[in-house]
Design a protein around this ligand. Structure first.
Ligand code: ZN
Length: 131
């Protein structure tokens, strides 16, 4: 199922790890500026409590400014979970292999291109109808 070479996978993991560090730094800075000490400290304690706990706790953060960073951080943690479960690189909808090119551009991709387009169509129309 997984056609990534070890080298490709190692590269993607490195990209995601670096990105995660930058996201946390951004989240921490914004929250510190906003005076939200509790969550700002949290984002700084990653290595102590583990990324998954941080991702969970950060979902309580409601600052619009960091919402996207928090989402991306959670996507990366989820991608790492799929790597650990050996499901990374397989579409969660149709189980097709997600090519290295797509993953290199978008390491947290969990769907193949076609399923992603279908998903976005569904999601966007659902979001519209709820307005
Ligand atoms: Zn698919």
């Amino acid at each position: 199922m997984n056609t990534l070479t070890k080298k490709e996978l190692a590269h993607l993991i490195r990209v995601m790890t670096e990105r995660k560090g930058r996201l946390l730094q951004e989240i921490r800075e914004v929250l510190t500026r906003a005076g939200d000490e509790r969550y700002a400290r949290l984002a700084g304690e990653v290595t102590d409590i583990g990324d998954e706990s941080v991702a969970d706790l950060l979902s309580d953060v409601s600052h619009a400014e960091v919402a996207r960073d928090v989402n991306e951080f959670q996507d990366i943690v989820a991608a790492e979970g799929r790597i650990a479960a050996r499901r990374y690189g397989a579409c969660i909808d149709c189980e097709a292999v997600i090519g290295y090119e797509r993953l290199a551009a978008y390491p947290t991709a969990k769907r193949c291109f076609e399923c992603q387009q279908n998903h976005e169509k569904t999601y966007i129309s659902a979001a519209r109808s709820s307005l």
